[in-house]
Design a protein around this ligand. Structure first.
Ligand SMILES: NC(=O)c1ccc[n+]([C@@H]2O[C@H](COP(=O)([O-])OP(=O)(O)OC[C@H]3O[C@@H](n4cnc5c(N)ncnc54)[C@H](OP(=O)(O)O)[C@@H]3O)[C@@H](O)[C@H]2O)c1
Length: 428
């Protein structure tokens, strides 16, 4: 049996896991695909760096083109990260008829359509299961498991760092900055955490999930993004008192053919399954018109969980190779993208206001909601000894985003509202 030869770009956390799984599961893999899978060459930045895996030195190279142009390599596995070099390497590999497996959400969110078009042109596979939610096979599930259904909602905790921070804040009553520091010390958060905490990493993953879920090319600019850096421990305390947890949720929704996608800290009813996803774990909740509610849970990152997704993609590519059907599936994004306007995006909202502590204030505030046809589910007024004013907590019924923005703009000119302390979308 002729072995299938793989060129691995990157031997860091994920690349090391790929080598471990390909070598450790060699017999099972060969039985599934009908030939051995061999890692032929590995790209690194520095060949003399100490590795925590034993690998023959002649397999290592610092020259990417040696792998991309290697005549015997059938599949490129890209786990080096970054966008510009990787895009160049992958496009060239596809031109040369090599199939590609990647874990790179930044690349796929920014250049997915171009890369997938190039793959089709050259009858090649490009698979990217590990780019979203690490070890959870969510992409394959959306593409294959839901092929017969129409997905109307995909809601995910797709960033482990922010979920770890919010979980700690909720369980220990700690502040955002204290937990961020601890997460950095433990290696769960980067020294520059911006991409995670400001929601960009989650937005990139939601670009990929929404494109696949709704079969239309969603771009990063289509997503409204807010991170968790302004979530206070008081907000979390209020949420818990009212029966909610605060989670950074990516939410992609479709009604008829109109879609909306957002990433924001959201108050989730404690009874909703996604509210109990804690720590660095990820989960993706999918609603299909026919199937109803489903949820997928697991490790969102890490050496072996992520490598498992990559090697499963590799198995799929090799099975296609055996059948001679690589690159035959056609486009996944065959529908025209139609985005909702703010008037068409609807959800419940939580608002925490600091207001003047005197008679008639509540009536003036509820009048503003009424003026913009926002009806209220509950209103709670309470004294807060730490501030000179009163606090009002409002939970609305479903309201459109434009109406809520008008309510907030009106509060700015209302003398009795001293501060809009927090606004959250509410789910569940
Ligand atoms: N870590 C996770 O749990 C996880 C989960 C899901 C997806 N991903 C994605 O997987 C990819 C890899 O992540 P990682 O955590 O494994 O990264 P990493 O630990 O930083 O490893 C990167 C590897 O790529 C090599 N490399 C980087 N830039 C290079 C260049 N310009 N030329 C040659 N080699 C280069 C490095 O070489 P040296 O070893 O010589 O420095 C290293 O071996 C990223 O796209 C990431 O977003 C990661």
């Amino acid at each position: 049996m002729k072995p299938v030869k793989v060129g691995l770009l990157g031997l860091g956390t994920v690349g090391t896991g790929v080598v471990r799984i390909v070598e450790g599961h060699q017999e099972d893999l060969a039985s599934q695909v009908g030939s051995p899978i061999v890692i032929e060459k590995v790209l690194v930045q520095n060949k003399s760096k100490a590795r925590n895996i034993s690998i023959s030195p002649e397999k290592l190279t610092e020259d990417a083109w040696e792998i991309i142009r290697h005549p015997e390599i059938d599949v490129i596995v890209e786990v080096m990260g970054g966008v510009s070099h990787t895009k160049e390497y992958i496009l060239e590999a596809l031109e040369r008829g090599k199939h590609v497996v990647t874990a790179n959400k930044d690349l796929m969110a920014l250049h997915g359509p171009e890369i997938l078009a190039k793959a089709q042109e050259n009858r090649c596979d490009v698979l990217y299961e590990a780019s979203v939610a690490g070890g959870i096979p969510i992409i394959r599930t959306l593409v294959e498991g839901f092929a017969s259904d129409r997905i109307t909602k995909v809601m995910g905790i797709v960033n482990g760092t922010t979920n770890y921070i919010l979980t700690k804040m909720s369980q220990e009553g700690a502040t955002y900055l204290d937990v961020l520091k601890e997460a950095q010390d433990l290696g769960y958060a980067e020294s520059d955490p911006t991409s995670d905490v400001e929601g960009l990493d989650a937005a990139r993953k939601m670009t990929i999930l929404a494109t696949i879920g709704f079969r239309a090319n969603v771009a990063l600019e289509d997503i409204s993004v807010q991170g968790i850096s302004s979530v206070s421990k008081e907000d979390i305390l209020y949420a818990k008192r009212l029966g909610y947890e605060v989670k950074l949720l990516g939410i992609a929704e479709r009604q008829d053919d109109l879609i909306s996608i957002s990433v924001q800290p959201t108050m989730v009813k404690q009874s909703h399954p996604i509210a109990s996803v804690n720590g660095v774990f990820n989960a993706v909740y999918v609603y299909g018109e026919a199937v109803g509610e489903t949820m997928f849970y697991g490790a969102g990152a890490g050496e072996l969980p992520t490598a498992t997704s990559i090697v499963s993609d590799l198995v799929a590519v090799v099975k296609n190779l055996k059948l001679g059907v690589n690159g035959m599936l056609g486009s996944l994004a065959y529908k025209e993208k139609k985005l909702k306007t703010d008037e068409q995006i609807s959800s419940k909202y939580f608002l925490l206001l600091h207001v003047a502590d005197r008679a008639g204030v509540l009536a003036r505030i509820t009048q503003v909601f009424a003026d913009f046809e926002v009806s209220l589910e509950s209103v709670l007024q309470q004294p807060n000894p730490s501030i000179p004013e009163a606090e009002i907590i409002v939970i609305t019924h479903d309201a459109n985003k434009a109406a809520i923005q008008k309510v907030l703009a009106n509060f700015q000119s209302l003398d009795v509202v001293h501060k809009v302390k927090s606004v959250y979308r509410v789910e569940g």
